[in-house]
Design a binder for this molecule. Sequence first.
Ligand code: SME
Length: 159
Amino acid sequence: MMWEKGMDKEKQYQTLLAAIESLIEGETDAIAIMATMVGELHNTVAYFDWTGFYRVTEPRLLTIGPYQGTHGCLRIPFEKGVCGACARTGKTQRVPDVHQFPGHIACSSTTASEIVVPVFNPKGELAAVLDIDSNTPDAFDEVDQRYLEQCCELLGSRM
Ligand code: SME
């Protein structure tokens, strides 16, 4: 299943989320869940060009987790980049033009826009962030945000 921007995203995301839910049924290992989510998201949505999780491994430090795409930064301090902004604020960051975002970390020169979504564990602590980069400018809208947040809630509930 593949889809392009502008198609009925609501329906496509519902199908994608249902597929993920069934794939991770009964699984409690966070890395196994992250890897499965990344594989499904990255290989389904045509405008996702880098898809991965960063995990909170030390106070105020993110470490790369499962991802698909070319190599990303291995470590991102909370003070840096869009991922850091998400980790600091605990809020989804939707960046239509990464070149306008002060402190954006450019891992790939082709990245044009990105979305970063926080993952909270059942205690309400930040456990990870989901980072998706696109080569398409302004690729992410509120529909992407809503379903990616659902995906991260699903992961967080198993952490
Ligand atoms: N999206 C980034 C960094 C790029 S990655 O390492 C793939 C940021 O937080 O600015």
